[in-house]
Design a protein around this ligand. Structure first.
Ligand code: PAF
Length: 284
């Protein structure tokens, strides 16, 4: 595995691969890799000759009161995981390498970022879209792999690729869950033992809400209040949002197939997200 920190080194290596007609898969991450990331890497390895993983905790996608400074950065562990699963390039640039001190150009993701996480984290998706564009330009992948847990991010990136004519196929990958159903996230490590148990209210209620819909409930208001009432039963849990949206990330009143029930819940100080696309099989 090539562990690279400089853009120029990555470009050089990738152009060598491309000269030999190798296809490139990119898995963009912020590190603290877990099984969810490994499944993205495995998908890339299945369909691309070369897999590039980027590990970059992107300062411009964090709000001023968010966890940028405390975000976990276990790079030695990440290197080990990438070696074990035979990643070809691990790109781990410094902030100065990617952002510099005079970044003036940003990707505006318009109203796709007005709802859900975008509404709660102003500027977040602008930061994501800008950095992902940079990573696309640096690594020039044929395919890039994104998890469905960050569902709004996935839809925004897909639209950005279409709108800005990136010649890259975006591959959505399933949410990977712990055995008890909690969606895997680098932020799960913030949870205390008690909070970890409390956090199960999220996936449990999501599953029950999906069951309600499958049994015929089409009014999103009823599903949302069902969700709110269940979350209230757990002291450490506080809803940030729960919405049912269409693929343009707009709230829907009447639920139909393909809509997404998307939630963000604080467990103590830790904000966790989860979602389900209506019509897809429940797999937890
Ligand atoms: O999903 C993430 O980890 C980040 O938002 C991403 C796509 C790596 C951009 O920083």
């Amino acid at each position: 595995m090539h562990y690279l920190k400089d853009i120029s080194e990555v470009r050089k290596k990738i152009s060598e691969y491309k000269k030999n007609n190798k296809s490139i898969g990119l898995v963009p991450t912020m590190g603290a890799l877990h099984k969810g990331h490994v499944s993205l890497i495995e998908s890339s390895k299945k369909s691309c000759d070369i897999t590039v993983v980027s590990v970059f905790v992107n300062p411009i996608q964090f709000g001023p009161n968010e966890d940028f400074h405390k975000y976990p950065r276990p790079i030695e562990q990440d290197i080990k995981i990438c070696e074990e699963v035979e990643v070809d390039i691990l790109f781990n640039p410094a902030v100065e390498e990617i952002i510099g001190d005079n970044l003036k150009t940003f990707v505006d993701i318009s109203d796709l970022g007005d709802n859900l996480c975008g509404a709660k984290r102003p500027g977040h998706f602008r930061g994501v879209a800008t950095i992902v564009s940079k990573l696309f330009n640096i690594t020039t992948p044929n395919r890039a792999f994104f998890g469905k847990k960050d569902i709004q991010q996935l839809y925004i990136i897909k639209k950005m690729v279409e709108d800005l004519n990136f010649n890259i196929e975006i591959i959505p990958c399933s949410i990977i869950r712990e055995a008890d159903g909690l969606a895997m996230s680098s932020r799960n490590r913030y949870l205390s033992e008690k909070e970890r148990i409390d956090s199960l209210v999220i996936n449990r209620t999501l599953k029950e809400a999906v069951k309600l819909i499958e049994d015929g409930e089409i009014n999103s208001k009823n599903v949302i209040s069902f969700f709110e009432n269940k979350i209230k039963e757990i002291n450490s849990a506080k809803i940030d949002y729960v919405n049912v949206v269409n693929e343009n990330m707009k709230n829907v009143e009447l639920i139909e197939k393909g809509n997404i029930i998307a939630i963000a819940v604080y467990i103590g100080k830790t904000r966790l997200i989860d979602n389900h696309i209506i019509g897809e099989k429940i797999c937890w």
